[in-house]
Design a protein around this ligand. Structure first.
Ligand code: SF4
Ligand code: SF4
Length: 335
């Protein structure tokens, strides 16, 4: 569906500059941005994926992963095509490292149709924008999210956080919770493994936190690339200092995918990183490993609030207001 993009400037000779993400691509007539889905057509920036859904599923919210936002609920999750990063370990490369290719399977939905589908899903809390990078289908996501909020649904964005400040502010009006990848704490990793930069992602995390939005962070631990103790500890310290000690960090086990053939992260390596992070942060969980406890305990009385066995989630330690049933300490922020 042809749809004019937001967030661009017109330069000379029908050249445009996209200002949605920190790449700030300058595009001559007919050229496409790094994300492959925003193109200059006749001096206008067009989003080529408005209305295109590559996949849609009802997922446990823990799969996003969000552990402290409506635990145990389901959320209708959808993705489109494209990404502004080029991670050579991308787990979703078939939809992220492609443009709006007409040969790829997709379904067209209007924002109204998506919201109606979400409202009809049994035990569904809302909509999650995920699978490929939602930043690059900003206009479609925002139109859906605004309608969803009017219909009383919760909205979640799963993102790499590589977005400029002004468009991010718009998302605060219509997105309730963010799951953000912090892939490493070095500029070198971001440059070599993702073709992007760390600095803007750190800015995004601070902006989300300052806006008071629900935020959880995901780090995919890759052997030999981002699992070095010193930088991992520095990352956990930065999170504690800038975003707060109670910011949730998920450390996820990597498996070989796309262009990276390095062996999968060992469970021991994830445990080691988790111990380092737990020196700085209160809530650290292990992802893609089911041998470690990912239960949540009350900070006040240590009672178990939430038990997690894969995607079997029990919130028996919480009352309906999100307080510990043993001591009454408030745990969940209901949005
Ligand atoms: S969203 Fe796409 S076109 Fe726009 S600046 Fe980022 S990579 Fe470039
Ligand atoms: S940011 Fe996510 S979707 Fe994009 S290339 Fe990296 S891993 Fe894939």
């Amino acid at each position: 569906m042809i749809h004019e993009a937001q967030w661009y400037k017109t330069l000379q000779d029908e050249t445009v500059q996209c200002t949605l993400c920190p790449h700030n691509c300058v595009l001559k007539e007919g050229k496409t941005g790094i994300c492959r889905v925003r193109v200059n057509k006749g001096g206008k920036l067009i989003t080529e994926v408005y209305g295109f859904v590559s996949s849609m599923h009802s997922d446990p919210i823990e799969k996003k992963p969000l552990y402290h936002f409506y635990p145990g609920s389901n959320i209708l999750s959808l993705g489109s095509f494209g990404c502004n990063l080029r991670c050579f370990f991308c787990q979703n490369c078939t939809i992220s490292q492609t443009g709006a290719d007409p040969d790829l399977p997709r379904t067209n939905y209007t924002p109204e149709q998506i919201v109606q589908l979400a409202l009809k899903q049994p035990q569904n809390i809302g909509l999650a924008f995920t699978y490929n990078e939602p930043v690059v289908w900003f206009e479609y996501m925002v139109d859906i999210a605004r309608l969803a909020k009017k219909s009383g649904l919760k909205t979640v964005m799963v993102t790499n956080g590589f977005i400029n400040r002004e468009p991010l502010k718009v998302l605060f009006e219509c997105i309730d919770a963010f799951s953000v990848d912090l892939k490493s704490y070095t500029e070198d990793f971001y440059a070599k493994a993702t073709s992007s930069k760390l600095g803007p992602v750190l800015d995004t995390l601070k902006q989300i936190s300052q806006a008071g939005k629900h935020l959880e962070i995901v780090n995919l631990l890759i052997p030999g690339l981002n699992d070095e103790d010193e930088s991992f500890t520095a990352m956990a310290r930065w999170i504690a200092a800038e975003l707060g000690k109670e910011t949730v960090l998920h450390i996820s086990r990597y498996f070989p995918h796309y262009k990276l053939t390095t062996e999968a992260t060992s469970p021991d390596s994830v445990s080691r990183a988790r111990l380092l992070a737990e020196k700085e942060l209160t809530y650290v969980y292990s992802g893609n490993i089911y041998t470690e406890s990912n239960d949540t305990h009350c900070l006040n009385c240590n009672a178990i609030l939430i038990t997690r066995h894969m995607f079997d989630i029990r919130t028996n330690g919480l009352d309906s207001d999100g307080r510990c049933i043993s001591c009454g300490k408030y745990f969940l922020k209901k949005i």
